[in-house]
Ligand binder design. Structure first.
Ligand SMILES: *[C@@H]1O[C@H](CO)[C@@H](O)[C@H](O)[C@H]1NC(C)=O
Ligand SMILES: *[C@@H]1O[C@H](CO)[C@@H](O)[C@H](O)[C@H]1NC(C)=O
Ligand SMILES: *[C@@H]1O[C@H](CO)[C@@H](O)[C@H](O)[C@H]1NC(C)=O
Ligand SMILES: *[C@@H]1O[C@H](CO)[C@@H](O)[C@H](O)[C@H]1NC(C)=O
Ligand SMILES: *[C@@H]1O[C@H](CO)[C@@H](O)[C@H](O)[C@H]1NC(C)=O
Length: 622
């Protein structure tokens, strides 16, 4: 991820700080003023709300006291635990927080202090540098009302929260959210939401294995217990809090037994460590701080795990209990797309797009999901190729954050999702018509900021279509696609409107030949263009799920489909069929006898090709 950043509201930190240093004044941010409306938009502010600079709150204010740690944080009184949990995850990762808190040494209180700070967030695919002044909202006793550190002279978390709130126009806009989304904004990661209630009990081992892998690959995990609106953040008997975001701070298979026994019995238990952003209130069940389960673990392993019996909000749970008690997990994958690496790298393609309205169906770009088949293909389309025999494809569709419109009562997420369709191997233009036999993978729509899915696809060309659930809804999105091998994913917004006469599409089902050679492939040619299928190994009756599309001018010239075999490196011709594909031709499946070519054109060759050909005068017919 590139760390090049743009200045939010064109405010340049270094320049502003220099100016204020020169004239000896403290920065006052006109873009996010210290007024009630920067804190609340629905609630009336509590009596005695006052803004203070850190120097008025304590002596010797610092950005960091004894470094940065996930234990630094306290949530405060507004419901933004999701963001605080993300901060806690951030604090565990120096490579990440150094991006978010740039030149932190320079920002530390010293003789150049000018009441100005800056932070960096990854907003909709762009690192964005946000400048703030250090006026912070406090209650009538002068205590910080929002996120703050346990050490009362440490301010990184309160200032970071202020910068994040500025992006959304108001502190109250941060109430209620998703930790995964905040982690994405802090890192550029790809967020994946998992519904634990849908995961079957017998898949727990697999889930643990996945989480362990994500954790070991530096991914960021958080989890929560969903709740009805009216019981937000209520504590249960077992100590857990509903409607509350916890950051996962370790995932581990812990060895049971003492001394040598540990080695010989080789028994382990999957455990997970969580942190409550309140900095207190822990799980009280099995494997909690002073629970008897810990007597099953040897001293060495215990000190390895750093078990503390303090009510610091951090605790262990068995993975089984965690699965039972938590409902939602957010996994943030830090995709390693660096080119020079020995480790598994992902090939990334990023596209920004818009759903836009137009009364002309050829220009409309908000057609809704497949419930609206007549308009569905009027959405933005992106072509990509799977060039290996099969490849794992990860797709993340993120809509532009709408939190900033909350003040105006319009902060609702759109319901979004996407569909993947297999298309002709040589398709260049937009897909204009859906045919029922076309292979389609549709993913559910949700009204969350991001939808993420993974799918294994066989070799071929595909189009991915991001959609809103309902048609004619406008919005902006960012589409990210990850594959093992470059997918060449590209925006495909051009309609087939060039001045050609006829569009012809042939879909090959299967072919057979009695010849003993057995690595067959086909070549479809039309007006000097040809397309080759993959080679089927060892098959006398190969099935090719293969279609091609051509735009041609000369109606009289046939389209040829040739069957070849790769016979130990030398290619051998097995026969061909010629098709005239006139616009009024039938378009059902045909069984055609293979013929020889050249001067022996009329001779039969042993074997048949089964295919379908469709032709149209209308260029946007397919
Ligand atoms: C938008 O989606 C996110 C999850 O991605 C959620 O936390 C947030 O509350 C949603 N916003 C609204 C207004 O529903
Ligand atoms: C313990 O079990 C794990 C997996 O079950 C295995 O990989 C490991 O080699 C075993 N260790 C010993 C000392 O037996
Ligand atoms: C939480 O886990 C405990 C221990 O497994 C279990 O007894 C309890 O029913 C779980 N709570 C919920 C709400 O599932
Ligand atoms: C990504 O790969 C590079 C090169 O191997 C490596 O230096 C870097 O640590 C990796 N990043 C992550 C987040 O794993
Ligand atoms: C899609 O939603 C339907 C209905 O809510 C649900 O039954 C199905 O499991 C979902 N599919 C996926 C892949 O999540």
């Amino acid at each position: 991820i590139s760390t090049m950043s743009v200045a939010y509201k064109d405010q340049l930190y270094a320049e502003l700080k220099k100016q204020h240093n020169q004239n000896g004044t403290l920065f006052e941010d006109p873009e996010f003023p210290a007024t009630n409306s920067s804190v609340y938009y629905t609630k009336t502010p509590p009596e005695g709300l006052q803004w203070k600079r850190p120097g008025e709150i304590c002596e010797n204010p610092r950005l960091f006291v004894e470094g940065i740690s996930s234990h630094d944080l306290n949530q405060g009184t507004q419901g933004n635990c999701w963001m605080v949990a993300a901060c806690a995850s951030l604090a565990l990762r120096r490579d990440l927080w150094e991006n978010v808190i740039p030149d932190w040494k320079e920002q530390e209180w010293d003789s150049n202090y000018a009441g100005i700070f800056h932070f960096r967030f990854w907003i909709f695919g762009q690192w964005t540098d946000v400048v703030i002044d250090d006026w912070l909202p406090t209650d009538k006793h002068g205590r910080l009302i929002n996120c703050h550190s346990k050490q009362n002279n440490e301010f990184w978390s309160a200032l970071l929260e202020k910068a994040y709130a500025k992006l959304f126009g108001c502190y109250e806009s941060l109430v209620g959210g998703n930790t995964g989304d905040a982690v994405v904004d802090f890192s550029g990661a790809v967020a994946e939401a998992i519904d634990l209630q849908k995961e079957k009990y017998n898949e727990q081992d697999k889930l643990f294995g996945n989480l362990l892998k994500v954790w070991e690959h530096n991914g960021i995990i958080s989890s929560s217990i969903n709740t009805q609106e009216f019981e937000l953040e209520s504590r249960m008997d077992n100590g857990l809090v509903r409607g509350h975001a916890y950051s996962v701070t370790d995932v581990k298979r812990v060895s049971l037994g003492h001394g040598l026994q540990t080695h010989f019995k080789n028994e382990t238990i999957p455990l997970i460590r969580l942190r409550n952003p309140w900095g207190k209130a822990e799980w009280t069940g099995a494997w909690s701080d002073s629970s008897e389960e810990w007597s099953k673990v040897g001293d060495a392993e215990r000190s390895n795990l750093g078990i503390t019996v303090a009510d610091n909000g951090e605790f262990w749970m068995s993975f089984t209990d965690w699965c039972k008690n938590f409902t939602d997990v957010d996994i943030c994958h830090l995709m390693n797309t660096s080119l020079i690496s020995i480790r598994k790298n992902w090939n990334e393609k990023v596209h920004f797009g818009k759903w836009t309205r137009n009364s002309d169906p050829l220009l409309n770009r908000c057609g809704g999901c497949t419930n609206h088949m007549e308009t569905f293909l009027q959405n933005p389309q992106y072509l990509f190729d799977v060039t290996k025999e099969s490849d794992k494809v990860l797709i993340s569709l993120q809509q532009k954050d709408r939190r900033i419109y909350r003040k105006e009562g319009q902060g609702e997420n759109l319901s979004i999702g996407f569909t993947i369709l297999k298309v002709e191997v040589n398709r260049k233009y937009r897909l204009h018509k859906y045919v029922t036999q076309q292979e389609m993978n549709e993913f559910n729509h949700t009204n969350s900021r991001t939808v993420f899915n993974r799918i294994e696809l066989p070799q071929g060309r595909y189009v991915v279509i991001p959609t809103t659930f309902k048609p004619f809804i406008e919005g902006e999105f960012m589409l990210r696609l990850y594959t093992d091998v470059d997918s060449g994913c590209r925006s495909n917004q051009i309609c087939a409107l060039e001045s050609r006469d006829i569009v012809i599409k042939s879909s090959l089902r299967s072919a057979w030949s009695k010849t003993s050679s057995i690595n067959p492939y086909v070549i479809i040619s039309c007006e000097g263009q040809s397309v080759r299928s993959t080679t089927k190994k060892n098959s006398l009756t190969p099935v090719f799920e293969f279609s091609a599309i051509f735009y041609r001018k000369k109606v009289a010239e046939p389209l040829t489909v040739q069957l070849w075999t790769d016979d130990l490196g030398s290619d051998k011709f097995l026969g061909e069929v010629l098709l005239y594909g006139r616009p009024d031709d039938v378009s059902h499946t045909q069984h055609l006898q293979l013929k020889n070519k050249g001067s022996k054109k009329a001779d039969n060759m042993p074997g048949k090709i089964i295919l379908m050909i469709e032709t149209s005068n209308e260029l946007t017919a397919f």
